[in-house]
Design a protein around this ligand. Sequence first.
Ligand SMILES: O=c1[nH]cnc2c1ncn2[C@H]1C[C@H](O)[C@@H](CO)O1
Ligand SMILES: [Zn+2]
Length: 364
Amino acid sequence: MSNITKKPTAEQVKRLPKALLHDHLDGGLRPQTIIDIAKEIGHELPTYDAAELAEWFRSSCDSGSLVLYLETFAHTVAVMQRRQDIVRVARECAVDLARDGVVYAEVRMAPELITEKGLTLAQAIEAILEGFREGEAEAKSEGNTIRVMSLLCGMRQNQLSQVVAELAVKYRDQGVVGFDIAGPEDGFPPSDQLDTFEYLRRENAHFTIHAGEAYGLPSIWEAIQLCGAERLGHGVRITDDIDFNHTPARLGRLSSYVRDRRVPLEMCPSSNIQTGVADSFAHHPLAKLAKLRFRVTINTDNRLMSATSMSREMTEMVNQCDWTFQDLQRVTINALKSAFIPFEERLSIIESVVKPQYAKISEE
Ligand SMILES: O=c1[nH]cnc2c1ncn2[C@H]1C[C@H](O)[C@@H](CO)O1
Ligand SMILES: [Zn+2]
């Protein structure tokens, strides 16, 4: 009898191979790194104690509002303006993810936010890519294998998406695998950037769109049907088109389309709990959507702001929703199937890393 339907321990979750599609580079800095750099450049912080700073970010992001949540990024972005600091932050990101058992990650950043001290967008992107390569090597020296690819974001409230999208295409063979738009959702519909998404499609380039997080179904509909998004960042508000009061649940036209077309949902439960979408993992729609066999994935969004990790997100699903090895393996395979790297490379990680490790660890 296989143990795949059993619940893993937290320690086993940590060792299981994980895939991460939605993590912001400026949302995952080590508190001590922020303090080190802030002191060097004279940036004022709420506190210079690492534990207190970590708690400041977490509690400031607990407001129930995406707009207030996003204000905390002023401090992380402030310490990512020099080339060497961007490289360091990206290197540490790769190392930290690898220590948590992540084997594949797509980490996103808006390069337009880190050019305040004179770096060009291209130099900012090159610093991120250099940091990831260094981090992969450092992880290897610690015995962890990870592949970290980059997604470039345009900020919805700025006018730079087209330039950033062109750079995503230019750097597509150097580690950039796709594009996204981030920032406040309400008032900035995806169709504002329609020309850019049409450009990316003409270039056969990959993109995901933050949609259905702080705003509902119209945002999801635009992202998929007008803009052609391959994946949805969050997408959690797709539940507005599902009637759970019936058994089985009744799906509307849009939620049926999302499920039928296997549109990947990059779900980030802790982040959603902080911005007011749900009050706990137990009540977050992730488990219900997984049961309905949507192509759900589990992600961190901002590890610093949510004081989280992939292991923690997964362990909470085990503890609060009775998720088993099988459930965790399914979201991991979903993530790899939905990754923006070439098909055979996705398959290779699924077949040679994920399946064998799940088989081994679940039989312990
Ligand atoms: O969850 C999010 N929704 C929308 N925008 C976000 C989220 N998390 C981070 N961002 C923004 C703030 C960052 O500065 C930017 C680039 O990573 O993306
Ligand atoms: Zn996000």
